[in-house]
Design a protein. Structure first.
Length: 552
């Protein structure tokens, strides 16, 4: 194949996907060592699929999907692991004197030359997505090797304690690879689930839990012990729940893991929450707010005092919204102090306090101390009890802006929840500035998205909310989204701004339905409305919206 040594920026400009000025701008802004293609994808200027289409068309290099691709076993032995990882490629097959390889960057001629010299074959390039190749590398070069080694070496592994501390032992490598595979698959949680006859490894990807692999029961103890050692937990205690934290680097990215153990009848269940420090949403503009909701929210957080509550169930993105808000408010002249359990993300320039129940440092006690530290903005990780709610309310009435979260179903139910916790209605009315209710739904995969006609039932659902629709977007399933049709998640928000009418209704103990009627008149965009508008934009599907939002 003729090797066209043309730069990616030139190819994209020739294809009219991007202007020369934009290429220069991205090149000047991207971190040192990052490739142009990765920077364009990260900034959302191009999708990976669009990039592949350009390369496929301009270079004449075919695209291959590695999902269920029958990679030949003999080629894995021919290409060394260090080359595969260094250049992010995977060998596919050998035909005559040619070795076919899938690459994320088919213009990397150093990789092609290195492969040719190390294998002795002529190299035929194909293009595959980064996720596809990372999954294949984990599957063929890492996890299976460690599994075989661990199974053959298990009697020694169970006998010797150094097997769970020695970095080169199969147990250690297997745990590292399970974590690495989870990060590559964008999993938010890793579950080590003990069953009667086996140990299941499950990943939560885009909010949905799926079983990744099943391990023999006799591997459970060594894997549990390894996770507990790296999380600094008590390895000898298996009767009580424990919490810990792991900090590691994967592919030069800092990853924090929050570890929780729970004794069950079949052994300790372990859940690792994956906190990817490099992908934290730290800009308000990237939180998927409807333009009207974003305007209302920005106005709320720019007030000097009052309480702003972010509500929703566990895993609805409340922390991401809080951290993005703090990041936006973080100025040199502002003293921001948080009290959290646990501190999920470390923020530069913000004083973060970790709750510690064992020594009596509760939310309420931490909050009392914070108010003696001359803060401008206080963030309380969660209002869990009447005492914390009461102190938060009083802090907001004495000139502080207080941000916090609460577990409720929607914005209006939050008012009833605060009163139910024992906060006087007049205090709720005086202190509350606004409430954001939030949910996460899966985003339609951009690479296999197709427009199709809306069904009569969908049209009826939209009509009831005063929206017309004729077409919706749906993912057909591809290798990039594991054939699910969804990749990534977006947030739905409902922003309730407190005004004098709502405050009066709260003080008069009026029914929540009358507050809802008033909110509808004022043009509040409820969760269901925000969701349906995002379906109309082609970002998600009606099924996803109805899964998390109420139909009234």
């Amino acid at each position: 194949m003729r090797q066209t040594k043309k730069r990616l920026g030139d190819l994209l400009v020739d294809s009219r996907f991007i202007t020369r000025e934009k290429v220069e701008e991205v090149l000047s802004q991207k971190p040192k060592g990052m490739k142009l293609g990765d920077a364009l994808i990260e900034q959302g200027i191009l999708t990976e699929q669009q990039l592949i289409e350009v390369l496929e068309f301009q270079l004449g290099v075919p695209h291959v999907s590695l999902y269920n691709y029958p990679i030949e076993a003999n080629v894995i032995d021919i290409v060394p692991k260090d080359i595969v990882k260094k250049y992010n490629l995977i060998p596919l097959k050998i035909e005559d004197d040619k070795l076919y390889v899938a690459m994320t960057d088919p213009m990397d001629f150093f990789a092609v030359d290195d492969l040719r010299l190390s294998t002795g074959f002529l190299i035929e390039r194909t293009i595959a997505t980064k996720d596809d190749i990372n999954r294949a590398i984990s599957k063929y070069y890492e996890i299976d090797d460690s599994m075989d080694e661990l199974l053959s070496d298990l009697p020694r592994a169970e006998r010797e304690e150094d097997q769970i501390t020695d970095e080169d032992s199969p147990v250690v490598r297997l745990v590292n690879q399970i974590i690495q595979f989870a990060v590559q698959n964008r999993a938010s949680d890793i579950h080590f689930d003990p069953q009667e006859t086996k140990l299941l490894i499950r990943y939560r990807v885009d909010g949905h839990l799926r079983t990744e692999r099943s391990l023999p029961k006799h591997m459970q103890n060594v894997l549990t012990a390894r996770v507990k050692i790296i999380a600094n937990l008590n390895i000898t205690e298996s009767r009580v729940p424990q919490d810990g934290r792991i900090k590691i680097n994967i592919n030069h990215k800092p990853i924090d893991l929050r570890v929780s153990t729970l004794p069950t009848v079949y052994g300790e269940k372990i859940v690792l929450r994956v906190l990817d420090m490099s992908s934290t949403l730290n800009q308000l503009g990237k939180l998927d707010f409807h333009p009207i909701n974003e305007k209302r929210f920005r106005k709320m957080i720019e007030q000097p005092n009052g309480i702003i509550l972010i509500t929703g169930p566990t895993g609805s993105g409340k922390s991401s919204t809080l951290y993005a808000t703090l990041n936006h408010l973080n100025q040199e002249e502002t003293n921001i102090i948080t009290v959290e359990d646990p501190v999920e993300y470390r923020l530069e320039g913000i004083n973060q306090v970790q709750v510690n129940g064992a020594i009596g440092l509760t939310f309420a006690k931490g909050l009392r101390s914070i108010l003696r530290q001359d803060p401008d903005i206080v963030m309380v990780g969660e209002i869990r009890d009447a005492e914390t709610a009461e102190i938060s309310v009083r802090a907001s009435l004495t000139g502080h802006l207080v941000l916090s979260t609460l577990h409720t179903n929607d914005s209006i139910a939050t008012i009833a929840r605060l009163i139910d916790m024992g906060v006087e209605p007049f205090l709720v009315a005086a202190s509350l500035s606004g409430i954001v209710s939030q949910r996460l739904v899966r985003r339609v995969c951009k690479d296999c998205l197709e427009r199709e006609a809306a069904t009569e039932r969908e049209k009826e659902i939209f009509r009831k909310r005063g929206i017309t629709i004729s077409e919706i977007s749906r993912g057909q399933g591809c290798g990039n989204c594991n054939m699910t049709g969804y990749k990534g998640r977006i947030a739905l928000q409902e922003v309730l701004v407190m005004d004098d009418v709502i405050r009066k209704k709260i003080m008069n103990n009026e029914d929540m339905s009358s507050i809802r009627q008033y909110a509808i008149k004022k043009g509040t965009i409820f969760l269901i409305d925000d969701g349906l508008l995002k379906v109309k934009q082609g970002l998600t599907t009606t099924e996803e919206i109805l899964r998390v939002a109420f139909k009234e």
